[in-house]
Design a protein. Structure first.
Length: 121
């Protein structure tokens, strides 16, 4: 297992987080899960390295953007997940440092390809 590459997955839906953990853990990524802003804060404050973030905004208040800004300040690439296309969300996500917005449902192949590309190879 490659424990140097850690994915921070943020989603209010615990079931979605568990599915991501099962899938990404099966392909040698360490996974940190956060289903609340408090858990997101803990992950950021832990000092453990984060390689990339996957952020599903559904159910979070605008305070989520401050955490995204912290990822950007630490040069941690992250992707925003959304269930519907929205030019406003796309603009806001990119302005807060997201590398892009992915539309759900995702294929695991697509997700792995993007993670691999963002992590440099």
């Amino acid at each position: 297992m490659n424990t140097t590459l850690t994915v921070l997955a943020v989603d209010r839906n615990r079931h979605n987080l568990e599915l991501l953990e099962q899938f990404l853990g099966g392909v040698s990524y360490r996974i940190k899960l956060a289903s609340s802003l408090g858990e997101f804060d803990e992950a950021l404050a832990s000092g453990e390295p984060i390689s990339i973030g996957l952020i599903d905004l559904v159910g979070f208040d605008p305070g989520i953007w401050a955490r995204c800004e912290q990822l950007r300040a630490r040069n941690i690439p992250f992707l925003v997940l959304s269930s519907r296309p929205s030019p406003v969300l796309q603009h806001e996500s990119l302005s807060h440092g997201a590398q892009g917005v992915l539309l759900k449902p995702l294929t695991m192949r697509q997700l792995l390809g993007l993670i691999h590309a963002l992590l440099g190879g």
